[in-house]
Ligand binder design. Structure first.
Ligand SMILES: C[S@@+](CC[C@H](N)C(=O)[O-])C[C@H]1O[C@@H](n2cnc3c(N)ncnc32)[C@H](O)[C@@H]1O
Length: 292
């Protein structure tokens, strides 16, 4: 009896390990389904689509038709599609995979699954054993930002992914948190990428002068507007002076550069800020300092 119980526990433990071990298949299948255009085919069909109708329009080799049901079963299991007697339909998560969906996360999927970004994950152990600052450095000999500047394909993919992520954040900011911008005359988005957030602030508040501050290769070809400018610089040396600054999705940069909270505070006080406040917005790490 005792042995049998132990076996049940063991088989559950082994299942647990297998689930962890093969977790990468989730992102691989997600990327594949998006690349094959499966969510768009389902959506354009206008009603649940049968497996044979789906296969008939997919850009795949005929020899591979028999394997699509596995991909569909896996994607249904992962919560992107539902399978009912009429065929496959999209879940809410599946809707975010559509080309025409304004909040789609496709660019982020392509970035996260890109071999260039996966390589550092395979070097975690090496990184723990060397004195390098990040697994990215271990893989490429320099940091993510220098690599992005050098590898134009990767840099564009990275900028597009973070900008697409900001679509939803912008919507949240402009519908739920507009009050934080009221009364400002200047605003700087530090590490603001290609300016998704600042553009929305500039459009919604024509009286606020907005600045997007980022590395030279990111802002080089960006077009400003009357109340929007792109400024190249290194935020570890200085940050622009403004009534308020936004640091969005940069929390990891502090520790990556070995900076402590005190050092960040000094950088801010050098720029004329006395203290900073964190505004968590729907789980998004959003840090805004309002200049007194
Ligand atoms: C994760 S992205 C976030 C972009 C944008 N804030 C957003 O949420 O969409 C980090 C950004 O920080 C920028 N960055 C990295 N190091 C920087 C530095 N030293 N000075 C200024 N910007 C920097 C990168 O180029 C990139 O655009």
């Amino acid at each position: 009896m005792e042995k049998a119980e132990n076996l049940v526990e063991l088989i559950e433990a082994q299942t647990h390990v297998w689930n962890a071990m093969f977790h990468f298949k989730k992102s691989a299948c997600l990327k594949c389904a998006v690349e094959l255009g499966i969510p768009d085919v389902i959506s354009n069909h206008g009603k649940p689509i049968t497996l044979s109708d789906l296969i008939s329009v997919l850009p795949i080799h005929p020899f591979k038709s028999a394997h699509i049901f596995r991909l569909m079963r896996f994607m249904a299991n992962s919560g992107f599609f539902v399978e009912n007697p009429q065929g496959y339909a999209l879940t809410s998560a599946g809707q975010l995979l559509l080309k025409d969906e304004p909040f789609n996360v496709r660019a982020h999927i392509f970035l996260s699954c890109d071999p260039a970004l996966l390589k550092p994950w395979n070097l975690l152990t090496e990184w723990f054993q060397n004195d390098g600052p990040s697994p990215f450095d271990t893989a490429y000999g320099n940091n993510l930002w220098d690599y992005s500047a050098r590898e134009v394909r990767f840099g564009n993919m990275f900028n597009e992914a973070v900008a697409s992520d900001s679509q939803l954040s912008v919507e949240v900011l402009m519908t739920k948190c507009k009050f934080v911008f009221e009364g400002l005359t200047t605003f700087a988005d530090v590490g603001g990428g290609t300016g998704k957030v600042a553009k929305a602030v500039a459009q919604n508040f024509p009286s606020i002068k907005c600045t997007v501050y980022d590395l030279a290769h990111v802002v080089a070809n960006q077009e400003g507007a009357e109340n929007l400018e792109f400024l190249a610089g290194d935020m570890f040396r200085s940050v622009p002076r403004a009534n308020a600054i936004l640091l969005k999705m940069l929390v990891m940069l502090g520790p990556a550069k070995g900076r402590t909270g005190k050092e960040w505070s000094k950088l801010f006080s050098d720029a004329g800020f006395s203290s900073y406040k964190v505004y968590p917005v729907l789980g998004m790490r959003c840090l805004i300092e309002v200049y007194p």
